[in-house]
Design a protein around this ligand. Structure first.
Ligand code: PMP
Length: 305
């Protein structure tokens, strides 16, 4: 990913893709305190538009706040940076990655006195869990790793260090032949995927774990809340057990990268009909209509670049 033409926004300037480098003594590289976002832009009839740019940018600032990092930019500047990288790299639809990290002035656990940096990159990235996964559903394994407890590294920050837990869970699941991991919280209740929120459907009602299970407050998750309301589906946030997932009629993951990906199996137990369920299909179609600019009710969620 480092050897290509294009521009990356770094600390207020557009730099050549291959020159967007940091020093090996950067604090974040050693101790893992940093935050990032995952954002997508979609091609719409009116042009390329970033989906829920304000919400993603605000979450980045909130993550930094939780981690006691003071970003040296305003929300407006960071929004403009994101629009700029999509334009400059002439991308029609893409994934965007804003990341904030602590500089290399000194090491030692305390980052006090180190500079806070910010970069934004963008590149084309298709379906995170595969085109086939979007249609047929994926196979998921309950992880042997517990999701972060809410009082460890702070689960409402999209913190760099939180992803070691995600990486371990994802590697374990994929090494065992599954597509993705489902993590449980420290009490054994369902939390989220390695990079996705979870939804299950039972008797026409849509359920998702409440955030006390340590799941990230996903922006796609919130988009699904709106879609459920539009479709007249009851949505309940509650504690969910893994066996409730086994006996659900349908299940799906959501995320900026994963979009709306149906789950057809958990731990080799087929969920419902064992492929994308009918309500999931409706929700998924509504999601793609919104992000691609085909639903005027949500035009305010799309920022043309
Ligand atoms: N949980 C985790 C751990 C994630 O990494 C993501 C992706 N950002 C999500 C949930 C979904 O969040 P969003 O819909 O805002 O992308």
């Amino acid at each position: 990913l480092d050897d290509r033409d294009g521009k990356i926004w770094m600390d207020g300037e557009l730099v050549d893709w291959r020159d967007a480098k940091i020093h090996v003594l950067s604090h974040t590289l050693h101790y893992g305190c940093g935050a990032f976002e995952g954002v997508r832009a979609y091609k719409t009839d009116k042009g390329t538009a970033i989906f829920r740019l304000r919400e993603h940018t605000e979450r980045l600032f909130n993550s930094a706040k939780i981690l006691r990092m003071k970003l040296p930019f305003t929300v407006e500047q960071v929004e403009e940076a994101q629009k700029q990288v999509v334009r400059e790299n002439q991308l029609e639809s893409c994934y965007l990655r804003p990341l904030t990290w602590i500089g290399s002035e000194k090491l030692g656990v305390s980052p006090k006195g180190n500079k806070i940096h910010l970069m934004v990159a963008a590149w084309a990235w298709g379906a995170y869990l595969g085109e086939e996964g979007l249609k047929r559903g994926i196979r998921v394994k309950t992880s042997s790793y517990t999701r972060h407890h809410v009082n460890i590294t702070m689960t409402q920050a999209k913190a760099v260090s939180n992803y070691t837990n995600s990486i371990l869970a994802n590697m374990e699941a994929t090494d065992d032949g599954y597509d993705e991991a489902l993590l449980l919280d420290a009490s054994g209740f369902v939390s989220e995927g390695a990079g996705e929120n979870l939804f299950v459907i039972k008797n026409g009602v849509v359920y998702t774990p409440d955030l006390s299970a340590g799941a990230l407050n996903g922006i796609t998750r919130n988009t699904i809340f709106h879609i459920c309301q539009d479709l007249g589906l009851k949505l309940v946030e509650k504690r969910i057990t893994r066996d409730e997932v086994y006996i659900a009629d349908e299940a799906f993951f959501t995320g900026t990268a994963a979009e709306v990906t149906p789950i057809r199996e958990l731990d080799r137990i087929e969920i419902g009909i064992g492929s994308r369920g009918p309500i999931t299909e409706k929700i998924q179609a509504a999601f793609f209509d919104i992000v691609n600019g085909r639903n005027p009710r949500y035009a305010h969620w799309l920022t043309l670049v």
